[in-house]
Design a protein around this ligand. Sequence first.
Ligand code: NAD
Length: 540
Amino acid sequence: MQLTFTHHGYQILRDPHLNKGNAFTSDERIDFGLRGLLPNVVETIDTQIQRVEEQVDQFDKPINKYIYLTQLQDNNQTLFFRTVMKDPAKYFPIVYTPTVGEACEKFGHILRRPRGLYISIADRGQIRDLIRNWPEADVRFAVVSDGERILGLGDLGVCGMGIPIGKLTLYTACAGIHPNQTLPIMLDVGTNNEVFLKDPLYLGLKTPRVRGKEYDDFLEEFVYAMTEAFPKVCIQWEDFAGPNAVSILAKYRDRICTFNDDIQGTAGVAVAGLLAACKYNGRPMTEQRFLFFGAGSAATGISGLLTIMLQEHGLSYEEAKKHCWLFNSGGLVVASRKNLDDYKMVYAHEHPEITDFVEAIETLKPTAIIGASTIGGAFTKEVIEAVARINERPIIFPLSNPNSHSECTAEDAFTLTNGRVLFASGSPFNPVTVGGSTYFPSQGNNVYIFPAVGLAILATEPEHVSDQMFLWAARALASQVTEEMVTRGIIYPPISEIRAVATEIAIDVATRIFDGGLATVDRPADIAKFVKSKMYYPEY
Ligand code: NAD
């Protein structure tokens, strides 16, 4: 936001969009009635960051660092984003996972200043009016949750608001989406969390979750009101429970500009990792076979994108989906299994039933095993050794979060395969040394994908978001991984480079959106320059 002479003194210091703290110049202090309201010294933003870092580093507990940074965001938006962007590897785990999980669990207890919109089922019939209370007119990204499946933590009701807030912080930090164009939204439909229902500091409706037609009608009114208020908005559904996540995406994907990061973003980042790994396991893409441990939204989402990707390599749809196999608590997902959800049936191939995962590996001979089960330690020594016996470079991706739920540790994967594994995980792991070589395990973090796709959407304004866009993003991400990186165990570019990585992906995806005639804005002569011109950089 630009300072103008309508803004005045004290009010400016209380507005996070305008506040520069001690960085206001002498002239600004005179012009805007700030003299005397600040200590005399005029500071650079770098000096201010030094003070912020000193304070962040004083806290031992990540949750206290989170609270401090949240207050900084409420106090001085520019300084907050500059700090976070200065060292993404240090700050992302505080403003987003894993710390945001604890922040959500304690949300009702640590709240300082509410951020975003809270729309409850009790507001039915008036959602339009509520949305009108939002002060910004050009909202482009709304991250929306109903709080039912927050990370691996389950139903946190409105306390899940930490997730939309955190995700939108990453939109800005990684891809330069202007903070004023972002809007976190919590849909309060009650909670089934018994602890919260009894907690006097819980911030939401203390009623059981509403489901069925009432829920659907509420969502419908919300979507209608959002697109009416913000015609260029892209709605990102976040942390809805599995069945709702799938059905909401199916219902709205062809009607409005929308996507689900848990399904499509996850698929994008996982496929990027698999593309990078498959380049180095000595087999052409059409000879890869992917066996998933877990058959929920992550596994089926990734399988769906792999199926599209394999078709680009010349396979028919029927052939392509046969390269993806799912294994869940009932064993291998095969056609003869009863009561399978429709979205799993797609990958239920004709095959005898197998209930032991090692036997499934020995029978199907996958080139990659991918964990999306939330079952920590499920990739046992026997599992890792089985996949390592049949592959010179086995691909092992334990994607479940947090670390305690990871199907195996990086240490196990690298050690048991003597460093041969091509590894990526959902949660971060420390470097591993095997036989004198040190490997740096990569984290398949969705942050590599959704902000970049978001920037491409912002620049090109397509009417809809397709799965194909996530595949383009995956290919653009994988192309930034070099052989030298893979030799050191690295499957994704370093998070410290995220802004440059995301910018490259966004330019690539935007170019393909223009090429495909999907943009609703004119094609610029220089797409890279055009995309970059849309990016916000936090400076005074
Ligand atoms: P989900 O609940 O939809 O699916 C979990 C699946 O695991 C279900 O199919 C279930 O049947 C299966 N399962 C449970 N117990 C099992 C067992 N004992 N043996 C075999 N299968 C079993 O969850 P989801 O949304 O698909 O997420 C799964 C995991 O993936 C979570 O831990 C999530 O954090 C993680 N994830 C990671 C990323 C990422 O790394 N970028 C993104 C999204 C999700």
